[in-house]
Design a protein around this ligand. Structure first.
Ligand SMILES: *Cc1c(COP(=O)(O)O)cnc(C)c1O
Length: 363
């Protein structure tokens, strides 16, 4: 007899993670790796955040505040909402998993675009729900009309990744509002806005108003990207108190650890720092996009901290390999649902220059 596992395990997608940076380092003997494969930011958090982490580190013998009171209050203050409408998680992925567990069951439908964030295909198999994928438009943008047409009596959850990972495109808040008007009120719509601070179509906070207007809308944000705190795993939802209660009910207690709470509580106070980082990334975006175009390659219209590059008829594997040999790690499109592409995160100017030089060699 051998150990048997839950049937749903076999239904989970086989996730093709980007090659671990360390594997590239060892394989090619590269010392200075340029890591542009996970959409992290190249800078660390605000100095006051480092101090807050150091202070909190002295009290790690204690469990964290289970209600994350300070963190939730500061997030609420920042967005002008009530703390009761803020849920926090061990990264926003924790909230996505909890939402699908709390909202769906066998027979329910979860609707999202494709290609989209590689985490979404895990949600339906875990809960026994069915997933419905709607192709992005030619330009790599959400096709909200087509999504609307797929909503049925069984639809429980709609996920809109905006700006979209991996295509980097953005749908303006006003278009999202019209979509929400059409979606039946019993269907929860999660707006996954991990990159919203980088887009320049809208005021990044305009979607917060949508949560006030629509009971069934949830805005999901993270400290992993522009805040430079990916290593601590903190995300949050701006939502109804009912949604918060639902996700809290299905998770273990203390889902956000003490260092994460301390860091995020401090980080959110430094919005000037965040605005500066966004401006800095915009400069890098323009630089990288221009250089890519100079090389004769096309990208989708990015509103994020990464580009989605169409390699045309070049061999994706060979390009990725050639970049790796030069010490530049990017994410191959095939594993993200977009073969023939690479997704490259913007780093520092020096890193971006290294990428462009390596790309020129690779093609
Ligand atoms: C990076 C990313 C996140 C952030 O996940 P965390 O769990 O908060 O680190 C969420 N959504 C998308 C689409 C992302 O790309």
């Amino acid at each position: 007899m051998t150990v048997t596992f839950a049937e749903r395990l076999a239904r989970l997608p086989h996730y093709e993670a980007g090659r671990q940076a360390d594997a590239v380092r060892v394989e090619y003997g590269v010392e200075e790796l340029v890591k542009l494969n996970s959409n992290e930011c190249p800078w660390g958090p605000h100095p006051a955040v480092l101090e807050a982490i150091a202070r909190a580190a002295r009290e790690t013998n204690r469990y964290p505040d289970q209600s994350a009171t300070t963190l939730r209050r500061r997030i609420a203050d920042r967005h002008g909402v009530e703390p009761g409408g803020i849920a926090v998680g061990n990264g926003s992925c924790d909230l996505l998993l909890a939402a699908s567990e709390a909202l769906s069951e066998p027979g329910a439908e979860i609707l999202f675009s494709w290609p989209v964030f590689s985490m979404y295909p895990f949600l339906a198999p875990l809960s026994g729900a069915r997933e419905i994928r709607v192709p992005l438009t030619e330009s790599g943008t959400h096709d909200l009309d087509a999504m609307l047409a797929e909503i049925t009596a069984a639809t429980q959850l709609v996920l809109i990744c905006n700006p979209n990972n991996p295509t980097a495109t953005h749908v303006p808040a006003e278009r999202v509002a019209r979509f929400l008007e059409e979606v039946p009120a019993q269907v929860t719509v999660i707006l996954d806005e991990a990159y919203v601070e980088f887009q320049v179509n809208d005021d990044p906070d305009s979607t917060v108003d949508l949560v006030r207007r629509f009971q069934h809308a949830v805005v999901l944000r993270t400290f992993s990207k522009i805040y430079g705190l990916a290593g601590l795993r903190v995300g949050y939802a701006i939502c109804s108190p009912a949604f918060r209660a639902a996700v809290d009910a299905v998770r273990q207690p203390f889902s956000v650890n003490a260092l994460g709470q301390a860091a995020a509580s401090e980080a959110i106070l430094h919005q000037d720092y965040i605005a500066d980082r966004a401006a800095e990334m915009l400069v890098e975006r323009i630089y990288v996009e221009e250089e890519i175009r100079e090389l004769g390659l096309e990208t989708s219209e990015t509103q994020a901290n990464f580009s989605w590059i169409d390699l045309g008829d070049r061999d994706e594997g060979e390009v990725v390999e050639s970049l790796a040999r030069a010490g530049v790690v990017v994410r191959p499109g095939a594993g993200l649902g977009g073969p023939g592409h690479i997704r490259v995160t913007y780093g520092t100017r020096a890193e971006n220059e290294a990428f462009i030089a390596a790309l020129q060699d690779a093609i």
